[in-house]
Design a protein around this ligand. Structure first.
Ligand SMILES: [Zn+2]
Ligand SMILES: [Zn+2]
Length: 338
């Protein structure tokens, strides 16, 4: 088969590789379409160390090609969406139901070979049968959508509440739609106005440029009170937490989903004095079915976020496109046509 194999930082080659064979409990998936995200880019650029060589990619939809012994949940020919993280299942955290926090969690496309390939081997428990009525391209963002489904649930948002989303990338534009589905009024805050037209088209009640005047005043004007009740942070930048603190009202909640790896300056005095609740949210654990349901019932529209499409053979161009200012989600078709 053909795969995009990373041999070192910025050394990604599409080449012929051995066909993976499914062991007991494994499923071999013929990848239909994959999405690129900032994590893939960070690995490609060498910012995140991995073991080389590695087949990149973790966001994908495909069809079951073959199954190993003991596989019961899926059958060959079935269309599946892949949950690209699996935990050890036996540690205290896993047994308590916190498998997204497992210290021995395995991430497909990071710790083991991923989906920028014609075929990918994954454990059976990573496979979710795809709703028949929904096209591959619409399901392509199920993984990031599951991330924001969890984040929004952790924010405990109620209908009619004023909420801010910080960041207008894939996660921000998905969070916007999940929040609207909960009946919230949503203000999208970003450092650039580039995505504001799309945010409005997807239903944003308001948009606000970060850096264009004080955010606290904007949040007061938007909410009609001391600030928004909840903030969902998706930007992953150093300033994003400060922005969230400026937006939230006393007694409000901030859910952090972006992953700034650098230390973040936070004015903790304002957290204490205003009794703000800071909540971390780490990927997902049971959110894939709800994410697929939100796409199937039209609450979340993912297709407007697909800005670029490439074949696997042009993976270098796909990574270049990911960094373009107009890119939101870059899709890669993994059938191989050299
Ligand atoms: Zn991703
Ligand atoms: Zn575990």
């Amino acid at each position: 088969m053909h795969a995009a194999v990373l041999h070192g930082p910025r050394d990604l080659r599409v080449e012929a590789t051995a066909r993976p064979e499914p062991g007991p409990g494994d499923v071999l998936v013929r990848v239909a379409m994959a999405g690129l995200c900032g994590t893939d880019y960070g690995i490609w650029a060498g910012e995140r160390p991995v073991g080389y060589p590695l087949i990149l990619g973790h966001e994908f939809v495909g069809r079951v090609e073959a199954v190993g012994a003991d596989v019961r949940r899926v059958r060959p020919g079935e269309r599946v969406v892949i949950e690209p993280n699996y935990s050890c299942g036996s540690c205290a955290l896993c047994r308590e139901g916190n498998r997204n926090l497992c210290l021995s969690r395995t991430a497909i496309g990071i710790d083991v070979d991923g989906c920028l390939a014609e075929l990918a081997r994954v454990p059976e428990r990573c496979c979710w049968p795809a709703p028949a009525s929904v096209a591959d391209e619409d399901l392509l963002m199920t993984e990031p959508l599951a991330v924001v489904v969890r984040a929004v649930a952790r924010a405990g948002v109620h209908a009619g509440e004023s909420v801010a989303v910080v960041g207008a990338g894939t996660l921000g534009l998905l969070a916007l739609q999940v929040l609207l589905g909960k009946g919230a009024r949503v203000m999208v805050v970003s450092r650039t106005a580039r995505r504001f037209a799309l945010a409005r088209q997807l239903g944003a009640t308001a948009t606000q440029l970060a850096g264009d005047g004080p955010l606290d005043a904007a949040a007061r004007a938007f909410s009609g009170r001391e600030g928004v009740g909840a903030v969902v942070e998706t930007a992953g930048t150093q300033e994003a937490v400060s922005h969230a603190l400026a937006l939230v009202r006393p007694g409000g909640r901030i859910v952090l989903t972006g992953l700034p790896h650098e230390p973040t300056p936070v004015a903790f005095f304002s957290v204490v004095r205003r009794e703000v609740t800071l909540i971390g949210s780490m990927i997902y654990q049971d959110e894939f079915p709800e994410a697929m349901q939100l796409v199937a019932n039209g609450t979340v529209r993912t297709r407007p976020l697909v800005t670029h499409r490439f074949e696997l053979a042009a993976i270098g161009e796909a990574f270049a496109a990911h960094q373009r200012p107009d890119a939101i989600k870059v899709a890669v078709r993994t059938s191989f046509a050299p």
